[in-house]
Design a protein around this ligand. Sequence first.
Ligand SMILES: Nc1ncnc2c1ncn2[C@@H]1O[C@H](COP(=O)(O)OP(=O)(O)O)[C@@H](O)[C@H]1O
Ligand SMILES: [Mg+2]
Length: 247
Amino acid sequence: MSLRARRREAGDGSGVLEARQLFGGYGGDDILKGVSLKAAPDRITVIVGPNGAGKSTAMKALFGFVALRAGEIHFDGVRIDGLPPEDLPARGLGYVPQERNVFPSLSIEENLEMGGILRPKARGAALERVYGFFPVLRERRTTPAGALSGGQRQMLAVGRALMLEPRLLMLDEPTAGLAPKVIDEMLDLIRAIHKTGVGILMVEQNARQALEMATHGFVLVNGADRYSGAAASLLGDEEVLQAFLGG
Ligand SMILES: Nc1ncnc2c1ncn2[C@@H]1O[C@H](COP(=O)(O)OP(=O)(O)O)[C@@H](O)[C@H]1O
Ligand SMILES: [Mg+2]
């Protein structure tokens, strides 16, 4: 059965991700203290907030890497909290962690092939699609990922997640450590990916720039979503501007 057919059978086809009142952490005190959020294929949803607020923990929890003490996560009409992370890509959810998101000793193309390993027959078409978004990856396809620039490595990490054609792509700080020009380029590419019908749920330190391209936003503070709503209304909120976006 094809991946698409399997997906139709498994879920409702909406590609909507919804988390309700997540509590949990790494075994000690809760890091997540009531996170609720939603993402969907027709949205670019951005999570912003101070360092240590729990943004990465929330992303890990959504993808099943952090044990929840309470709360529910639904994706594509199916309850996914408690499912192992490796079940999620085939359901249409992709995740690019903040760190160590490529295999440094494998070439670009080998990294992409690892990303597509669940779909050997569609490999060629998926590679073409990724190289279409990121032509520089094709040019350098035999280069080990460890030898790439920061920007190219992030492109590879995103490309790897795209190999299984996610409905929704979770990106944890895709522009971290990149030069301003490369940040612009990366965000433009994310917008281009979204235009092909892929929902984006993204954590970003470049809060203002990210909210400007987003449809929806969440401000996460101390493990809970303090503000949420349309990105434009967050950008127009004096309190949010003063406290989190540098005035
Ligand atoms: N693997 C881990 N084990 C224990 N504590 C962790 C781990 N990862 C993060 N933390 C703690 O969880 C809190 C939130 O971290 P994180 O989710 O990485 O924040 P953010 O992404 O918003 O900067 C911090 O206090 C951090 O020290
Ligand atoms: Mg983080």
